[in-house]
Design a protein around this ligand. Structure first.
Ligand code: G6P
Length: 455
């Protein structure tokens, strides 16, 4: 397999293009996937992605372009069709179902507009499958990433039987009872589409088991699965942490925080990240532990995400309202209890990870969660990590983190209080062990697992 050419297929590309004086300029895209696949750079791998920016659309017209060490091919999909697939099906339906986010009394509602959106999702998947069929060298291994792209395999099996097809989910997979909310035909199509790969990978054995159970119950057959947690690129991270931009951000942060103890979270503004209960737990901590008032700051660097969806806009408003009201409730002339900032600033986020005494990672449900591991790698304060048992990363970090049920605000508050009260020598041992665990795997190991699964 090592000798086979590789094609990556993902909704987001490794770069984002923009036009400057008639030229197309590529800059490294958001998203952790490009770091995870860094070892493929310069190896001639092709990366097929949707055109998201206007520049990406221009790039699409020119065909494959060399950028960031990949042959990047962007697909310009008609905007309203793309939005139905990306917003309505991928993010408002599949993301919600896999993360158990639906409040079932009202949502989901599978009306005729949703059926149209499903057709758009299928059309987008077909366009990706056709692009793979065009671009993939003979006998290539095709690594299809995530829930946006689940229906490629059956079409590719017909058109390109020479290809090896692997699907990898960065999300959890819904429990069968919840997956069953999907209408029958799309549900079968989704499971059939995934099961048609040579293998389907997940970050956690829990998600692989949920997928297998669903296939057994609803398709009457068993797919081939594998478990391969992604890992941070420790060297790349350390380089970011020692950059001038990160040092400057840390100096600024230190000026704002002084000698105060620091709780940190770094997240997309995302319903599954459970920002609200995190702040409620902090409120409870300040209520029950007056000794922390004025002496601790909760630094929340949270950046906007998927604002095309009403649910995300409403969630952001609720988060920001709660932050404001807690700052009003507890704040004093010289102490702001929550330092919240929603501007996306990577060096500043890494600076916060260097500085935390306690890192709070409390998602409701999360495919993996790299922040917990990234924090452990760059932290300089013998920091402790509170981690939700519902994150895929918990499988690997169990025993080295403080486990928390993300729904339990009291338990989260207790975990914060315990972490802040832990004496220095215990903190040293705990944070060193956590760092060891966080560095145990590399992105290369994750890639190797996918290549092996193609065999
Ligand atoms: C998750 C998904 C990724 C996605 C990322 C950001 O990590 O697994 O596929 O790229 O969220 O979301 P966005 O919708 O902005 O791509």
């Amino acid at each position: 397999v090592a000798d086979r050419p590789v094609v990556i297929v993902a909704n987001r590309g490794p770069v984002s293009f923009r036009e400057q004086n008639g030229e197309l300029v590529a800059s490294r895209g958001a998203g952790g996937l490009v770091t995870g696949l860094a070892s493929l750079r310069g190896e001639g791998a092709t990366w097929i992605a949707a055109a998201v920016s206007d520049g990406d659309r221009l790039a699409a017209v020119r065909g494959a372009i060399d950028a960031e060490g990949f042959r990047v091919r962007t697909l310009a999909i008609e905007p309203s069709r793309y939005s139905m697939a990306y917003d309505v099906v991928s993010n408002a339906t599949l993301w919600f179902v896999h993360h158990h986010l639906f409040e079932l009394a009202r949502r989901p509602r599978f009306d005729r507009a949703w059926i149209d959106a499903w057709h758009a999702y299928r059309a987008v998947n077909d366009a990706f499958a056709d692009a793979v069929a065009d671009e993939a060298p003979d006998d290539a291994v095709v690594l299809v990433q995530d829930y946006h792209l689940t229906l490629l395999a059956p079409r590719l099996r017909d058109n390109r039987p020479d290809l090896r097809l692997v699907h990898f989910s960065h999300t959890p997979f819904a429990a069968p009872d919840l997956l069953r909310v999907l209408p029958a035909e799309p549900l079968t199509e989704l499971l059939d589409g995934m099961a048609a790969h040579d293998a389907c990978g997940f970050h956690s054995a829990r998600w692989a088991a949920a997928f297998t159970d669903s296939c057994r119950e609803m398709l009457g057959r068993l797919p081939t699965t594998f478990v391969a947690p992604l890992a941070p690129d420790a060297d790349d991270l350390r380089a970011s942490a020692s950059s001038d931009a990160c040092d400057a951000a840390l100096t600024e942060l230190d000026e704002a925080l002084g000698e105060r103890r620091v709780i940190v979270r770094v997240d997309r503004i995302e319903l599954s990240k459970n920002l609200l209960r995190g702040f409620h737990a902090y409120d409870d901590l300040l209520e029950r532990h007056p000794e922390h008032r004025g002496r601790v700051v909760f630094v929340a660097f949270c950046y906007p995400s998927r604002e095309g969806l009403a649910e995300y806009l409403a969630y952001r408003q609720e988060v920001e309202w709660l932050v404001r009201s807690l700052n009003e409730k507890w704040g004093t002339a010289d102490w702001t209890p929550i330092l919240y900032d929603a501007s996306d600033d990577y060096p500043r986020s890494v600076a916060a990870l260097r500085r935390y005494d306690v890192l709070l990672v409390n998602p409701l449900r999360d495919g993996l969660n790299l922040v917990a591991m990234e924090g452990a790698i760059v932290n300089e304060r013998r920091g402790l990590v509170i981690l939700s048992t519902e994150a895929g990363a918990f499988d690997e970090l169990e025993g080295a983190v403080r486990a928390v049920n993300p729904f339990d605000v009291v338990a989260t508050s207790d975990a914060l209080a315990d972490a802040l009260a832990t004496p220095n020598d215990a903190r040293s041992a705990e944070s060193a062990e956590l760092r060891r665990r966080a560095e145990a795997r590399s992105p290369q190991a994750w890639l190797d697992d996918q290549m092996r699964a193609a065999d």
